[in-house]
Design a protein around this ligand. Structure first.
Ligand SMILES: *Cc1c(COP(=O)(O)O)cnc(C)c1O
Length: 447
């Protein structure tokens, strides 16, 4: 039996939209406009780099569904890994107990991560991966008898997640405004810019961090960075040299370096980790998003032995932190399979020609009148349209609407139009995606 004329097996699209508009509160969404005006996508299926709407139309997924589906949607090996683990057990506590997925994944992550990371703390998502990194840094300072090391340092326009701790690190003022006065103390410093000469702004960015750390290391717990590319800021890319220099500075001045690779990890910038591009090992590494291949929320925070060591001192050195789903077996089993797929299919090498295609296409976009700036790194390409007005600009959304008409999901970051597709996107699909990006950008600019 079918209701309201919908074809067999399909959902009642209008009913879904009505229930949504009545009851759901959407992330990062002006809700008045959503309820009054927005005709949402209603996705019913996703496979590889493609999403299907209940109305029968399909869309290429230009941003891997908010940067998580690094290996594409519904990867058969990930679906199998999830189902097999679900048949055995879905969740058990990680307090006073362990299980194969969590234990062996930790071993495998330590082997795959930049050399020197030694211990894995599990949590739920990118925000909690950062939150626990902050608590580890603070408590470690107390355990070492240096309780004044309480402040954090992060970069302007940084994004590190949504919990109050992670929000404190964020450098997008718009996202912090409502929470001013209750956030953790964090100093924000200038962001290095890509391609500037060593004497230019990049060197100024380094000089700023050097001055702050030399004067204030006694009160600074950690410097937190998104290595090589600030994702939510609008795909702002900086040089590997900055990372190398802050690594050396943090070593010299005894400040922990936290690399938030929640977005950049798992091949997004080219190699497995953005830190690899600078041959740097952070003291703390935050992973989520691609870690579980877009299947379910799951995160890991890796620390080096010298970060972990003080927590071995005795019961009073315990890290009192943990989530209900800590080390979730489903997430861990999927993450193990993600690592195996990267190895078996040499995902990193296979993505290289696709990264080159993205790089060429975005370099070409720079020739369109009204495109202010373009850049690319690995499986990321970005273009700033017009005079960029950050998150509240309208040109990015014009491109979004046109891309939608042309069969691509191309959510912008304000007036920055970008792609971050699955690393495994088909070559023809990538060509199609990049052609639509060009048409949508030209449309938005009236070119
Ligand atoms: C997305 C993101 C986060 C937050 O991750 P969630 O899973 O959304 O909580 C943190 N840091 C970076 C760099 C991110 O891109």
């Amino acid at each position: 039996m079918t209701r309201s004329g919908s074809p067999p097996g399909s959902i009642d699209r209008a009913r879904v939209v009505a229930a949504d508009k009545r009851y759901v509160w959407h992330p990062y969404t002006p809700m008045r406009r959503w309820v009054d005006e927005t005709e949402p996508f209603v996705f019913v299926r996703a496979e590889g780099a493609r999403l299907w709407d209940a109305d029968g139309s399909s869309y290429l997924d230009g941003n891997s569904s908010w940067w998580v589906a690094t290996l594409g949607h519904g990867h058969p090996r990930l679906v199998t890994a999830l189902a097999e683990q679900a048949k055995r057990f879905c969740h058990v506590p990680l307090a006073g107990a362990t299980h194969e997925p969590a234990a062996l994944l930790a071993e495998e992550l330590v082997a795959a991560a930049p050399p020197g990371l030694a211990r894995v703390f599990y949590s739920d998502d990118g925000s909690t991966a950062v939150e626990v990194a902050m608590k580890i840094a603070l408590q470690r300072a107390v355990l070492l008898g240096r309780p004044a090391k309480k402040r954090f340092v992060a970069l302007d326009s940084a994004f590190h997640g949504e919990t109050l701790g992670a929000t404190s690190l964020g450098g997008v003022e718009l996202f912090r405004r409502a929470f001013a006065g209750v956030l953790v103390e964090c100093v924000h410093l200038p962001v290095p810019e890509l391609g500037e000469p060593a004497e230019g702004p990049e060197a100024r960015a380094f000089a700023a961090v050097e001055q702050l750390l030399r004067e204030g290391a006694d009160t600074i717990a950690a410097l937190v960075v998104e290595p090589r590319v600030q994702g939510a800021a609008g795909m702002r890319i900086h040089d590997a040299a900055y990372l190398r220099r802050v690594r050396a500075l943090c070593d010299e001045l005894d400040v922990l370096l936290v690399a938030d690779e929640v977005f950049t990890g798992f091949g997004r910038t080219g190699p497995m980790w953005a830190c690899d591009t600078a041959a740097v090992t952070p003291d703390i590494l935050c992973l989520a998003k691609g870690l579980s291949g877009g299947m379910l929320p799951f995160a890991a925070t890796l620390v080096s032995q010298h970060v972990f060591e003080p927590f071995l001192a005795g019961p009073e050195a315990t890290l009192y932190y943990g989530h209900s789903y800590c080390g979730n077996p489903l997430g861990a089993a999927v993450a193990r399979e993600v690592l195996r797929i990267f190895r078996d299919d040499d995902v990193i090498a296979a993505a290289r020609p696709r990264a080159e295609a993205i790089s060429r296409a975005f370099a070409d976009l720079a020739t369109l009148p009204g495109v202010a700036r373009t850049r690319s790194l690995g499986m990321i390409g970005a273009a700033d349209l017009g005079r960029t007005e950050g998150y509240l600009g309208g040109l990015g959304w014009r491109a979004f609407e046109e891309a939608r008409r042309l069969g691509v999901y191309l959510r912008p970051l304000g007036d920055t139009v970008y792609v971050a597709p699955p690393l495994t996107i088909g070559d023809d699909e990538l060509d199609e995606l990049l052609a639509v990006v060009r048409r949508a950008v030209a449309y938005a600019l009236g070119a």
